[in-house]
Design a protein around this ligand. Structure first.
Ligand code: ADP
Ligand code: ASP
Ligand code: MG
Length: 304
């Protein structure tokens, strides 16, 4: 059996949240299951990396300070895991690589879209690597997967289009054992192996690609709200959770700005008829929202 979970950055903002998520992953695992866990960057880190890259174009020293802030955030959130030497070494190596890259940006005083994608990739590479270490500490059989080896895209940096057939072949080749694979969301690479990103919020889409390639029984999107809501709860106080919505309704809402899922997410899910659940990582017992072929308007009307 294959299951796919996606953990959003909003669920990785601090130590307590990260531990919560590790419990959710542990509870989803059972003997014989292939569990693909797609992980976003720690909350706010993608924006900070973006800011670092642009700062480096004008002020290399300030960019270095900003990298140190990113470093401190990871050391704060994953404090326990970073006590282990091999994990610490690997994270330091990644952060040094990021520093060198931004040094290069500050020398040429320009960050091209291609370089920016490489800079942004560090967010998901750090979080997925550290989440793997956390799960291993819990005694789980977890493997870190860099999606750049599997998700093949065109070269439209910043918003690359995924080449479905190649990507599905790589995913099926790599993800084939009953264990927990912790996979970087959002990033891929072009045919020459150059790092690309698939659009802001794109980890949801990464999860759907893995689910479709592996004929997963479901996709669970773990986020910071109780489900798909009638409106953005940050804007509309009266917004309520929709227990069930159709693929069509969910797609429409996400295209019109419901950030809770990336607009492209449902395309691979619909092709394989895979149900998508939106769940709150802060209250895992809440039922959340089921997005499936069935029409959910009735559940909407009942509440109005
Ligand atoms: P994650 O980091 O988990 O991917 P996002 O910030 O991308 O989380 O998406 C979750 C946010 O989407 C919620 O905090 C909420 O403010 C916003 N949102 C916008 N529209 C909706 C909606 N219709 N239903 C639920 N959440 C929504
Ligand atoms: N980390 C990326 C972003 O902030 C991708 C994602 O979170 O889905 O856009
Ligand atoms: Mg998101």
């Amino acid at each position: 059996m294959v299951k796919v979970l996606k953990i959003g950055g909003s669920s990785l903002g601090n130590k307590r949240r990260v531990r919560n998520v590790a419990d959710i992953i542990a509870n989803s695992w059972s003997e014989g299951v292939i569990l693909a866990v797609i992980v976003s960057a720690v909350g706010g880190i993608t924006d900070q990396l973006l800011n670092c890259a642009h700062t480096a174009e004008n002020n290399g020293e300030l960019a270095k300070e900003k990298i140190n802030k990113i470093r401190r955030k990871h050391f704060d959130v994953f404090a326990e895991e970073l006590k282990e030497e091999t994990t610490l070494d690997q994270v330091n190596r990644l952060l040094d690589e990021l520093k060198d890259l931004l040094k290069g940006v500050s020398l040429v005083r320009e960050c091209s879209p291609r370089t920016l994608d490489l800079v942004l990739s560090f967010g998901e590479r750090l979080s997925a690597f550290l989440m793997t270490a956390l799960l291993r500490h819990k005694g789980l059989n977890a493997e870190y997967v860099d999606a750049r080896d599997l998700v093949i895209t065109n070269s439209n940096h910043g918003n690359a289009r995924v080449l479905k057939d190649e990507t599905y072949n790589w995913i099926q080749y790599k993800i084939n054992k009953p264990k927990i694979y912790v996979i970087t969301g959002f990033i891929g690479s072009n045919k020459d192996g150059i790092t690309t990103t698939i659009g802001r919020g794109g980890s949801d889409y990464t999860a759907a690609l893995f689910a479709a390639a592996l004929d997963s029984e479901s996709i669970e999107i773990w986020t910071d709200v109780d489900g798909f809501m009638s409106a953005d709860p940050r804007m509309v106080k009266e917004a309520f959770v929709l227990p069930q919505v159709s693929y069509e309704e969910a797609m429409e809402m996400s295209f019109f700005g419901a950030k809770v899922i990336h607009p492209q997410t449902l395309v691979p899910a619909i092709a394989k008829n895979i149900p998508v659940y939106i769940k709150n990582s802060f209250s895992a017992k809440m039922p959340g929202t089921l997005i499936s072929p069935e029409i959910g308007r009735a559940s909407c009307r009942e509440r109005v």
